[in-house]
Design a protein around this ligand. Structure first.
Ligand code: CA
Length: 430
């Protein structure tokens, strides 16, 4: 097994980047496209607050920016030869700027996202690949203690099992984002990490390809995650998450292991709630032992340790299905901080064993709030004396708490879920 040691100087530079308010603990960029309905469904976490736009500086000329960044990179231990080869002919990519600035007005509801993520085709394909790669997966499972079904589910959602990896130059995308993106400090630390990858020789510059946000290979790792968690599992001396399925799956396993995954433990389960249940308990920040949830009248509980700490997830509010989620679910959130994503991984992994069909029905008649409606909701909640935090169109922990307060005042189920009906009531307030 080959682990690359990141030089101390570079680490220091990365830590300095983190001190600017950028937390790079998720494997994926926060502005990632796999956060469908994240505004409605993402669990609140320390990484979320860092997704806010950093203070913007006046835009300097790209060439001037590059020269200044070159000095920083060389001071951090990148050789002039590696830097100049990586930056030869690199100009900003306007499509990356456009993707970074786009704030979609409409978000897919969680049930639509799950329909696509856990489609019969993906389930079939995953089952076939589980059989095809059984030997490799068995070795990875034995080495990292991460269940193979979860790994294949991650592989399936991140890159359609390696088929869709993104083919943009990672150096060009990250240089563009570091120069004029919404989170230049974050992009800068990722760019330094990408140069480190080239310096280590795992991949040639023309092979360093990824999404517009710099997520790379079959696992869609951002460069810092690559440096800390990518592994050479097929033993050819290179950590190749682009072309080697063994390297990619083992790297994902390594990351999940480091995020606390425990083999053969349930991620959680779909549960049924009793009549008169207090929906305010459905909050990722509220954790109770399974035994306690059982006492509260929940049925269909996950098996295993009755003292395991579980949170109740209502991805579509009280009208939709309910899930109790455990530590392995939280490990998936560290891969991609969206509860819709973590639910999709969990259900897909189960579907490979012909389980994981959702029993409860989704409120498919509900029209999710658009971005401007979410902004309006936040402004109106603020005007009514509830504190939804900054009006940013993102339904995070503060907004959810504010919604609950208003729902409680109305005598409605306090699930913290934003609906058109709730916005209508706010509009009718004096
Ligand atoms: Ca390899």
């Amino acid at each position: 097994m080959h682990y690359t040691v990141v030089p101390v100087l570079l680490l220091r530079a990365l830590v300095a980047g983190a001190a600017l308010g950028v937390v790079a603990c998720a494997a994926k960029p926060l502005a990632d496209s796999y956060q469908p309905g994240a505004a409605e469904t993402a669990a609140p976490s320390p990484t979320q607050s860092s997704s806010a736009t950093e203070a913007s500086a006046p835009l300097v000329d790209f060439a001037d920016w590059r020269d200044e960044f070159r000095r920083e990179a060389l001071a951090a231990g990148i050789s002039a030869r590696v830097f100049d080869a990586a930056f030869a002919g690199v100009e900003p990519d306007p499509s990356v700027v456009a993707a970074d600035r786009s704030q979609p007005e409409f978000t897919r509801p969680v049930w639509q996202y799950l329909d696509g993520a856990v489609s019969p085709q993906r389930v079939q394909r995953g089952k076939r690949l589980l059989a095809e790669h059984a030997d490799t997966l068995a070795r990875i499972e034995a080495h990292y203690g991460v269940d193979r079904e979860a790994l294949v589910a991650v592989w399936g959602l991140e890159s359609s099992f390696g088929q869709i990896q993104g083919d943009k130059s990672v150096i060009r995308s990250l240089a563009t984002l570091a120069h004029e993106g919404r989170r230049p400090g974050f992009a800068r630390s990722q760019l330094l990490a990408a140069l480190q990858i080239l310096q280590n020789g795992d991949v040639r510059p023309e092979q360093l390809r990824g999404s517009w946000a710099g997520a790379m290979g079959q696992t869609q790792f951002i460069p810092t995650t690559y440096n800390t968690h990518a592994v050479d599992f097929d033993g050819d001396g290179r950590r190749d998450i682009w072309n080697s399925t063994a390297d990619a799956l083992a790297s994902a396993a390594h990351y999940l292991q480091a995020s606390g995954w425990r083999q053969d433990r349930p991620w959680g389960a779909e549960v049924q709630l009793p009549e008169g249940f207090d929906y305010a308990l459905a909050d990722a920040e509220i954790r109770k032992p399974l035994a306690e949830w059982r006492r509260l009248g929940l049925t269909g509980m996950p098996g295993g340790d009755e003292q395991a700490q579980a949170s109740l997830l209502l991805p579509a509010g009280h009208r939709g299905p309910a899930f109790l989620v455990l530590d392995n679910f939280r490990s998936i959130l560290r891969y991609n901080n969206s509860s819709a994503y973590a639910l999709a991984i969990s259900l897909l992994a189960e579907r490979f064993g012909d389980r994981g069909e959702v029993v409860g029905s989704w409120p498919r008649d509900e029209q999710p709030l658009s971005r401007s409606e979410r902004l309006e909701l936040q402004e109106r909640l603020g005007r009514q004396g509830y504190d939804p935090g900054a009006a940013d169109g993102i339904i995070g922990a503060n907004t959810r708490r504010a919604i609950r307060g208003f729902q409680q005042a109305l005598g409605w189920p306090a699930d913290g879920h934003p609906t058109q009906e709730l916005l209508g009531r706010l509009r009718a307030q004096p």
